[in-house]
Design a protein around this ligand. Structure first.
Ligand code: ZN
Length: 577
């Protein structure tokens, strides 16, 4: 199962804190019939935009009434949405065809220039935050609006701009090393994705050989991967110091918009995983060994859940999309309307094509209130539920929230939408897999649970590396080995010295590219399991809860929407009432 690299928030530099959006239906006729392929792209004039930010700042300071300030905010929001939409179009088209030089140039220009607007953005935000009409803004749009603004301010630092640029050069290099991998195997030259397909091969020796070939690629590239990681730790820790912290960790948390929990809570969650979930996963792998008739599930056996192979879709890609459309109509009126919207406006691109970037994401075109889903394979039902779960949440939030700053939620909430949608699809697995539906459900659930210990290890690894920059590269890798012993005691590589000494972590692109994102997948697995339980008990109530969470968008922080209603809270209090 390929984990999505997260919900992409395309504007790279300081959050667009002033994205107000109200008059969305103004272009109704113009936008109702659009198709993604024929949308016009025009390079945004960022120098003119820079001047506008300064003008808006002055206008915000001079606003004489809340109405005047509000009207200004809506205007700013509309313009920001237009800019964001153009940025998204360029980015999507660039990933659709990485060989297209036009969009490559456009994306490079936008990526280089947008961060330089940070100073003006922050100044505008500050003008709004210190306005005498702040209480009116909070009354209408909620306190979360200024929480976002505070985050933006906390994260901005002039001295970090060149460090950001160095960081992106290094992460691009990591991506390039991965994207250009050429692994000789089975008489062919394969990329990383190609060799991973053999991890589910029915022949055990073949699986073991594939894993060896895969590991050899990382071993061969280890010297450069060590250097890149070492540099990233140094650069990111410097960013943290420039912002007045001991190291990068608090900045990483801010970047994930974590405002109501911190390192201590995350550490306690990891400990709960070790105590409660690790033993359950051990049992699952013991059972798998019995099914497969082997002594121990080696790493190259982990994906082989059944001796006669895993569930295969009952039809081709077109069949899967059609079936998904039918399922979404069955789930609810809202999901039915949503899937038709996605198909009619060409907002999904799921097939492998030459030149297409090997990634998966959901992003949005805010001025069209349209999500976009990108992938390079349908493979199984996963892409049609996980990525479309993200897209459905975006679709609902864009139609429910008054301001575009609330169109997308923090990433720890976002993965609840996607992972819960995977669970809501279980009753329809027969439509996709025929008589293999049970196999699909079992393997999917096992994967969802056994993933969590790995996920928290990825999180702890990053904490160790940033908190102990004095470790040598080899010592860092050995820390990964220790984490495997702690969270994945079943993990055995069978005499592969590179993997045995901890080499497995190098493949995890999130560690290089998206610091401290990974814990989200594990926290949200818990959220999705809660929805799974509720769905089994009371389908209609669970769906209404889910809908509410989707509509909430980014208007609340993590803990707030997850808190049970007050009455339920009283009911649950262990001391009783
Ligand atoms: Zn996701």
């Amino acid at each position: 199962m390929q984990r999505c690299v997260g919900v992409q928030v395309p504007i790279p530099a300081p959050r667009q804190a002033t994205l107000f959006y109200k008059n969305v239906r103004r272009n109704r006729n113009a936008t109702d019939n659009f198709r993604f392929s024929t949308l016009e792209y025009k390079r945004p004039d960022l120098e003119a935009y820079r001047a506008k930010l300064t003008e808006w700042k002055a206008a915000a300071e001079q606003a004489e009434s809340y109405d005047a300030l509000r009207a200004l905010m809506l205007k700013i929001d509309r313009e920001n949405c237009e800019l964001f939409t153009q940025y998204s179009i360029a980015n999507i088209r660039h990933t659709l065809n990485t060989r297209d030089e036009f969009y490559e140039t456009e994306v490079a220009y936008l990526d280089d220039t947008l961060p330089t607007l940070g100073g003006e953005e922050v100044a505008l935000s500050e003008a709004i935050a210190s306005s005498p009409f702040r209480p009116d803004i909070e009354k209408e749009f909620g306190k979360q609006y200024f929480v976002g603004m505070d985050l933006q301010k906390k994260m901005f630092c002039e001295a970090n701009i060149p460090l950001r640029q160095q960081e992106s050069r290094l992460t691009n290099e990591y991506q390039k090393i991965m994207a250009t991998a050429e692994i000789p195997f089975d008489g062919k030259t394969l990329n990383l994705y190609g060799v991973q397909k053999y991890f589910e091969h029915p022949d055990r020796a073949m699986r073991a050989a594939a894993v060896r070939a895969y590991a050899k690629f990382y071993e061969d590239n280890e010297p450069r991967l060590e250097e890149i990681w070492d540099e990233l730790i140094r650069i990111r820790n410097q960013m943290g110091k420039n912002l007045g912290y001991e190291n990068y960790i608090p900045v990483g948390y801010l970047e994930q918009s974590r405002t109501d929990y911190g390192e201590k809570e995350v550490a306690s969650f990891r400990e709960q995983v070790r105590t409660f979930l690790v033993p359950l996963c051990q049992k699952l792998y013991d059972a798998q060994a019995k099914r497969l008739g082997i002594d121990h599930v080696m790493w190259y056996d982990e994906k082989m859940v059944f001796p006669d192979g895993n569930a295969e879709p009952a039809g081709d890609d077109a069949f899967m999309v059609k079936t998904a459309q039918k399922m979404y109509h069955e789930i609810s009126p809202e999901t039915g309307e949503f899937i038709d919207f996605m198909i009619d406006h060409e907002l999904m691109d799921l097939q492998n094509k030459p030149g297409k970037a090997s990634t998966g994401y959901m992003t949005s075109l805010p001025s069209l209130k349209a999500p976009f889903v990108f992938n390079h394979t349908i493979g199984d039902m996963q892409v049609l539920t996980h990525e479309l779960g993200h897209a459905f949440a975006g679709y609902m939030a864009m139609r429910s929230q008054p301001i575009s700053d609330y169109y997308s939620e923090s990433t720890d909430i976002a993965e609840i939408h996607s992972m819960s949608m995977e669970q809501f699809a279980y009753p329809y697995a027969e439509w996709f897999f025929g008589d293999q539906a049970d196999k699909f459900r079992f393997a999917h659930l096992q994967e969802a649970l056994t993933f969590v210990p790995f996920g928290v290890a990825v999180d702890e690894f990053q904490h160790i590396c940033y908190a102990h920059p004095e470790l040598t590269p080899k010592e860092r890798t050995y820390q990964w080995h220790l984490l495997e012993e702690k969270y994945m005691p079943w993990r055995k590589y069978e005499s592969d010295p590179f993997l045995e000494r901890g080499g497995y972590w190098y493949h995890k692109l999130h560690i290089y590219l998206y610091p401290f994102y990974y814990i989200n997948y594990t926290l949200t697995t818990m959220g999705a399991m809660e929805f799974k339980k509720k769905y089994a008990e009371d389908k209609a109530a669970a769906w209404q809860d889910y809908l509410k969470l989707c509509k909430t968008g980014g208007s609340r922080s993590y803990l707030e929407p997850l808190r049970p209603p007050r009455s339920a809270n009283l009911h649950r209090a262990p001391w009783g009432y």
